[in-house]
Design a protein around this ligand. Structure first.
Ligand SMILES: [Zn+2]
Length: 232
């Protein structure tokens, strides 16, 4: 509960962390606030359900933010700056020190950021994209070989609404965000696009083939549905 003399009425809000907050207006009382909240329990429950199915995606990434890497929630941590400074001191170019580039770490990765206090998301996302560009295409080729398929080209892109696609000409495009999903999920997407080299549709025959090469595919589909927020 929170008093706000400027509020004209009781306000109920469900915060992203799942706690409810009631605002008490000028002249209001905690008892009335409690009654107000109790009258809107059904609304709260509905909002809570919505929150559960849509994991919040923090708009800004900063030190302490948890992000997904290969399916694990990893925390962005400040790098050991002392260590970095030693390296910098040996550097002849003293101008570098003015920029104060520092390192952040997450899940075994280490990234230089221009300003650790600013939004780290653009820098970290571009690092993740590079990581995906190194890791995903060799994996597709490996899976293609295993299933006797020929891929013409694999590209890693930043699609807004899809995890992957396969063109009639045999080019497979993958979303770099697959580097954030568990291995069984990114393997499923790779296999799904590879299977489109055999049939360009989602017929029952396609799904039968899918199940044969990737028995876990339903679990992977479920994971992607539960984490659809990653794409937005
Ligand atoms: Zn498909």
């Amino acid at each position: 509960m929170m008093r706000n003399p400027r509020a004209r009425r009781y306000l109920l809000r469900l915060r992203p962390d799942g706690t409810a907050r009631v605002t008490i207006p000028r002249g209001g009382s905690p008892a009335m606030a409690r009654q107000f909240a109790e009258r809107h329990v059904a609304w709260l429950e509905r909002e809570f359900q919505r929150l559960q199915t849509q994991p919040p995606k923090p708009a800004v990434w900063e030190i302490g933010t948890e992000i997904l890497l290969r399916g694990d929630a990893v925390r962005i941590e400040a790098g050991l700056n002392g260590e970095d400074k030693d390296i910098k001191d040996e550097d002849e170019n003293e101008d570098d020190a003015i920029g104060e580039a520092e390192t952040v770490r997450f899940g075994g990765e280490s990234v230089r950021v221009p300003d650790p206090a600013a939004d780290l998301r653009p820098t970290i996302e571009s690092h993740l994209r590079q990581l995906a560009t190194r890791k995903l295409p060799p994996r597709v080729l490996e899976l293609a070989t295993r299933h006797g398929l020929t891929v013409r080209r694999v590209t890693v892109r930043s699609q807004k609404s899809r995890w992957g696609s396969c063109s009639r000409h045999g080019t497979i495009s993958l979303n770099w965000r697959l580097i954030q999903t568990p291995a069984f999920v990114s393997d499923y997407i790779c296999l799904h696009e590879l299977m489109h080299l055999r049939q360009m549709n989602h017929s029952p025959g396609f799904w039968r083939e899918m199940e044969r090469v990737c028995p876990d595919y339903r679990m992977a589909e479920r994971w992607l549905k539960e984490h659809s927020g990653l794409l937005r």
